[in-house]
Design a binder for this molecule. Structure first.
Ligand code: UDX
Length: 447
């Protein structure tokens, strides 16, 4: 008989994981403590924009016409306990307010709510990004609080999905990493991932701390790559070099690689910034803080980029105050193909200019609703063209495809001045210059 799977937490990670498990052929029950989220998912809708996810949900959510009916949702812990052989914990671990450490309260409360309802030899699998040592602690908790004789066990299975590619990354992962303490746990997880692993995906079996660390190490490396190239952009700016060419040239070395070397206003979102901070905080607790002091520098290079973009804008406007200046901002989300504005560099830059008196008008293809919630006092427009109307300068801050495909001639007819600053280094400088624009990008020569 096929395994029955539950997924606890239906945010980016959980909703995608639940839908992907159903796609792989399992019976799946998803739980969330927010009834409104469950109601949406039951209609085949997602609380966030993620390409392909709604289609996948509609293919499997029970009650939707033509669906396989393999995916159901609930808010009832007892139902989850009774249903699942394997329970995936996918709740989020945000940064604690005013601290570097991450907030483990959602993970802790998920495991505490589930434990008394576990029946039979259940496997609880942590997927959330957690400080190393959490799995050990949660395993001890389960041993103490799950019903005696039920043989409940813990495993750790970090998730590497990217927003905007969540479905693709979950169905076709680069690798699967599992931290286990028994052959039974390994066997169960191999069974769960038999589909993707059958296609040749590496399956790495390790202990709890290594599995937890793989995730934070991977995100730290990615953050380091971005901040490295942004540091090179600072040097290029000072020396008159071109960071885009530099990145291309060093990227030809296979040992370095070309990916994640795009200089600009830096990384944001719900993962990289908080994960490197939580990693530093945890290393401090372990007495290994010296090993990660470089991450403090990675973080400050990254945060500095936002201020540098503000200053570049000021300079493009002739220096001095932003008062009375109209600034069009293209992009509000932290990356394209997402409506996520958490720790978004684009929204941060827009907000800084606004707070300094600039008249800012933002347009984003999918992030308007979330941006309005975070920054209701900014101006918002229904299109890039409308945002650019009468603008003294246009800032390109999130690299949506829609912006790469803009017609600089049409935009130039409506803007007050043809000045565009590319904070993501993805527009074609020649195209904009040919249409009469002054094009400037971070870390690249002026003309
Ligand atoms: C990241 C990791 O990539 C993923 O493996 C992990 O599971 C979660 O965290 P995500 O937050 O979705 O995923 O975004 P990612 O694609 O990594 O981009 C992060 C930020 O870096 C974005 O703001 C992006 O614009 C920026 N970035 C990325 C750059 O500034 N330059 C680059 O070259 C690449």
């Amino acid at each position: 008989m096929s395994l029955k799977i539950t997924v606890i937490g239906t945010g980016y990670l959980g909703a995608t994981h639940a839908a992907a498990m159903a796609e792989l052929g399992f019976e799946v029950l998803g739980l969330d403590v927010v009834p409104e989220k469950i109601a949406m998912l039951e209609r085949g809708e997602t609380p966030m924009y993620e390409p392909g996810l709604e289609e996948l949900l509609r293919r499997h959510v029970a009650g939707i016409e033509g669906s396989t009916g393999r995916l159901r949702f609930t808010t009832d812990w007892a139902e989850v306990g009774a249903f699942g052989d394997v329970h995936f914990v996918c709740v989020n671990t945000p940064q604690k307010h005013g601290e570097y450490a991450c907030d483990m309260s959602y993970v802790d409360s998920a495991v505490a709510s589930l434990a008394p309802h576990l029946r039979g030899p259940a496997l609880v699998v942590g997927k959330s990004t957690v400080p190393v040592g959490s799995a050990d602690r949660l395993a001890a908790y389960l041993a103490e609080h799950a019903p005696a004789g039920g043989d409940a066990e813990l495993a750790w299975n970090p998730e590497f999905l990217r927003e905007g590619f969540a479905v693709q990354d979950t169905l076709h992962p680069d690798r699967i990493v599992v931290g286990v303490r028994s052959e039974r746990a390994e066997k169960l997880l191999r069974e769960v991932y038999a589909g993707p692993v059958g296609e040749g995906t590496p399956f790495v079996v390790t202990d709890f701390p290594t599995a937890e660390l793989v995730k934070t190490a991977a995100n730290s490396f990615l953050a380091t790559k971005i901040s490295f190239i942004n540091a090179m952009a600072e040097v290029c700016e000072a020396a008159g070099g071109d960071v885009a060419k530099l990145a291309e040239a060093i990227g030809h070395d296979d040992r370095i690689g070309r990916k994640f070397l795009r200089a600009g206003i830096g990384f944001g979102g719900g993962c990289l910034p908080k994960d490197i901070r939580a990693f530093m905080a945890r290393a401090g607790e372990l007495g290994a803080d010296q090993a990660l002091t470089f991450l403090r520098e990675i973080d400050s290079i990254n945060m500095r980029r936002r201020g540098q973009m503000v200053e570049m804008t000021r300079e493009a406007l002739g220096g001095g105050s932003f008062l009375g200046k109209r600034v069009a901002v293209l992009g509000a989300t932290f990356k394209p193909d997402s409506d996520d504005v958490r720790d978004s560099p684009a929204l941060n830059v827009a907000g800084q200019i606004h707070l300094q008196g600039g008249q800012v008008t933002v347009y984003d293809p999918k992030g308007m609703e979330n941006a309005r919630k975070v920054f209701p006092t900014l101006g918002y427009a229904g299109s890039a063209l409308e945002a650019a109307r009468s603008a003294d300068v246009v800032l390109h801050l999130t690299e949506w495809r829609e912006f790469r495909e803009l017609d600089p001639v049409a935009l130039g007819e409506t803007a007050a001045a043809r000045v565009i600053l590319d904070g993501r280094n993805t527009l074609d400088p020649e195209l904009w210059r040919r249409a009469g624009w002054t094009y400037r990008a971070m870390g690249r020569p002026k003309a």
